[in-house]
Design a protein around this ligand. Structure first.
Ligand SMILES: *Cc1c(COP(=O)(O)O)cnc(C)c1O
Length: 456
């Protein structure tokens, strides 16, 4: 059996999976015990023939896979993979480039450089900003806030990378009450603490109240970091960025915008108004594996001040040669060795173009509105949020219990998959539309399944 046979078989297995994806039950069909039985057992003493291992993996994993790359997966905020980005990702694995330095992969370094310029143009961010190609929104938030921590302390005369936080001037961190959990995790990893933040009150949609922001800022006296949101993970709402950033900057803050999925709204003329003022911030988190529909994993940490970005991530070793003017990707990410993520982002942007990205985002939002229209006004069903983007929050009857039961039934039914959340103290069903392949028919079929579950 040749290597070529093995790779052709893998391609066939992948194509079989893709063929079945639109129609397969979206959730898994087996229990954890079944999966352990299929994939478990003792470590083999002797290696097995690769083709048998591949077949075993494909057979054993399949019933425990989730159809999240397919058209009726509406859980969390997931995205999918455009055929072009999946194909490019196969090449990325084949090339097996370590993206760390220019010299470890000149092609990747340049693909990242080119894709960075395209992204900044598309998202309306400063052309001189730097971008780190990280694993996802979590690491993008971490990286951006590390740059923030560097810069606000540098201005206060403190070198946090060299001297740490012991004895450093205290940083005030200000967040909206509905900030994404990954911001808190980033703060916990950065030694800034999850609990010692100051919280700004929010409105029904999760947007910071400006008067509350002013009040909270009035209590701050030290180096200051303010985190705003472009796309609340539940409602899809946007902080009033122009105002929030102006108010925060007037107090000397570093402003970070978590726009993991929401900042893609800047790429379409129809929704750009939601992001007005975003370009005035200091750093931005954007996910590529969500709405840009590249395969997992890829997030973007974008920093207006490349020197701060670099200083916070800087690593040098005797064996790392200086690159002069060339871009070393590891200057902008927490990782040292990593996958060459630039290629799939380059491919997505080149294959979609400016119009294609706008069309993808607009289409998902139109489908989210269509879903909300199907559900709204049905007896015992309430759409809780203004559907300004791609997120829909639904409540069934007036008990948390019933809403959770409807979610459970929809997951059980398998037509589509979505999950629950808690919004301002009440259990909700959360529907996110962020996959290129979702059609109106998928939304109609899924809405029927949801209403069926609500009636039973
Ligand atoms: C998804 C998400 C994150 C985290 O991104 P990952 O890619 O899952 O690490 C952060 N913020 C928001 C608003 C998100 O939607």
């Amino acid at each position: 059996m040749s290597d070529a046979d093995l790779l052709r078989r893998a391609a066939d297995l992948a194509l079989e999976f893709l063929d079945g994806l639109p129609d397969r039950r979206v959730g898994p069909t087996v229990s954890v015990q079944d999966l352990r039985a299929a994939l478990g057992g003792a470590l083999p003493e002797r290696g097995e023939e690769p083709m048998r291992v591949l077949e075993h993996l494909a057979r054993g994993a399949d019933p425990g896979l989730v159809g999240m790359a397919g058209p009726r997966y509406f859980g969390f905020v997931i995205g999918g993979h455009l055929p072009a980005t999946l194909a490019a990702d196969w090449l990325v694995s084949t090339w097996d480039q370590n993206a760390t330095l220019y010299i470890t992969s000149p092609a990747n370094a340049v693909a990242e450089e080119v894709a960075s310029a395209w992204l900044l143009d598309l998202l309306g961010l400063p052309a001189t900003a730097s971008i780190g190609f990280v694993t996802g929104g979590q690491m993008a938030n971490f990286t951006c806030l590390a740059a923030a921590r560097h810069e606000v302390l540098r201005r206060a005369g403190w070198d946090v990378e060299a001297d740490g936080l012991f004895g450093a001037p205290e940083i005030d961190v200000v967040l909206g009450a509905d900030t994404h959990v990954t911001i808190l995790v980033a703060l916990q990893m950065l030694g800034l603490g999850r609990q010692r933040v100051k919280r700004v009150a929010t409105d029904d949609e999760g947007r910071m109240r400006i008067e509350s922001l002013r009040e909270v800022l009035g209590e701050c006296s030290g180096p200051l970091i303010v985190c705003a949101a472009a796309g609340n993970v539940n409602t899809g709402s946007f902080d009033r960025l122009e105002e929030v950033i102006a108010v925060a900057k007037s107090r000397g803050a570093w402003v970070h915008v978590d726009g993991a999925f929401g900042l893609w709204a800047a790429a379409t003329p129809d929704l750009r108004h939601l992001t007005r003022g975003a370009g005035n911030a200091d750093s931005w988190t954007v996910d590529a594996h969500k709405w840009l529909n590249v395969p997992y994993d890829c997030g973007l940490s974008i920093v207006a001040n490349p020197a701060a970005h670099k200083a916070s991530m800087n690593a040098t070793a005797a064996y790392v040669p200086p690159s002069g003017d060339l871009r070393d990707p590891f200057d902008f990410t927490p990782e040292f060795s990593r996958r060459a993520r630039g290629f799939t982002v380059w491919t997505a942007l080149r294959s979609l173009g400016r119009e294609g990205v706008a069309e993808l985002v607009d289409r998902c939002c139109a489908l989210a509105r269509r879903m909300a229209d199907h559900l709204r006004d049905q007896p015992g069903v309430e759409v809780l949020n203004e559907v300004v983007l791609n997120q829909v929050l639904v409540r069934f009857g007036d008990s948390d219990e019933h809403t959770r039961e409807v979610i459970r039934r929809v997951q059980e039914d398998g037509t589509c998959w979505l999950s629950g959340s808690v919004w301002h103290g009440r259990a909700v069903m959360r529907i996110s539309v962020s996959n290129w392949s979702t059609t109106e028919a998928d939304v109609d079929l899924s809405a029927e399944a949801i209403l069926r579950a609500a009636r039973t």
